[in-house]
Design a protein around this ligand. Structure first.
Ligand code: HPA
Length: 248
């Protein structure tokens, strides 16, 4: 049966409220995923959970094996993915603690393996990525957040940076001129790989800080961690609200 996958980001290495049934170690043609897949039920709905940075939060954004993660989730029967990503707010309304459901992406990452279509091809393949996220699932999250009274922004352009360092003010200024509203390090190539596997993939971004030069001072890990606590509580509430409607 088709399942929902949840990919946890910084601040979501375990999913509180998940009744775990089993952990599955998967090996893929692309190497090892970030850890065992965690199968269980959340809000009565069957889900498979994978923390992107590993269960001990040890894998930095540029070292995540995005191909192995999505391949493993797909092989485990997932056809929908809710990806949770910590982000910095570029536009003034992207305030810490808020959830954002972006509808567009600009990719600034480099040197990451970003496709399944590179070896042994019978023909060159280009997937459509006009609308990078699955609109049906995105609308479900937007409706769910609205009905649950969660502070959320319905759209935005996610600028994906290489990391692991945070950006300079000039880089954020340039990203804003480009049209980015939020900045994170894990949105790509994950979204594009999900499209290549034909997964219905959506991003639930959690603002952990104002981006460089958009807040009063320098960005600290304490600030990020503190804001993620309230943001992740909102994610959990949202999932409790939305998942029953996704029961297969
Ligand atoms: N920049 C990039 N990635 C991030 C940020 C940021 O300010 N905050 C959380 N992830």
């Amino acid at each position: 049966m088709a399942k929902l996958a949840i990919i946890g980001g910084t601040g979501l290495t375990s999913l509180m409220g998940l009744e775990i049934t089993n952990r599955e170690v998967m090996h893929t043609p692309y190497g090892e995923p970030s850890g065992p897949l965690v199968h269980g039920r959340f809000s009565g709905t069957e889900v498979v959970f994978l923390p992107r940075h590993g269960s001990g939060h040890t894998i930095p954004p540029h070292k995540v094996n995005y191909r192995a993660n999505l391949w493993a989730l797909s092989k485990a029967g997932a056809d929908k993915v809710i990806a949770v990503n910590a982000v910095g707010g570029v536009r003034a309304d992207m305030l810490p603690g808020r959830l954002v459901f972006p509808n567009q992406i600009i990719d600034y990452t480099w040197n990451r393996v970003n496709t399944y279509f590179e070896e042994g091809l019978s023909h060159v393949t280009h997937v459509d990525f006009t609308h990078p996220y699955c609109e049906d699932l995105r609308q479900m999250l937007i409706r769910g957040a609205r009905e649950a009274g969660i502070d959320a922004v319905d759209e935005g352009t996610y600028g994906a940076t290489q990391g692991p360092r945070l950006e300079t003010i000039a880089e954020i200024n340039r990203m804003e001129r480009d049209g980015c509203h939020l900045v994170g390090m894990t949105g790509m190539p994950e979204a594009a790989l999900a499209r290549e596997l034909d997964l219905c993939y959506v991003c639930c971004a959690v603002v952990s800080n104002m981006a460089a030069g958009r807040g009063p001072g320098e960005i600290t890990m304490e600030e990020i961690e503190q804001n993620l606590i309230s943001g992740m509580n909102n994610v959990k509430t949202l999932l409790e609200y939305v998942l029953p409607a996704l029961r297969g």
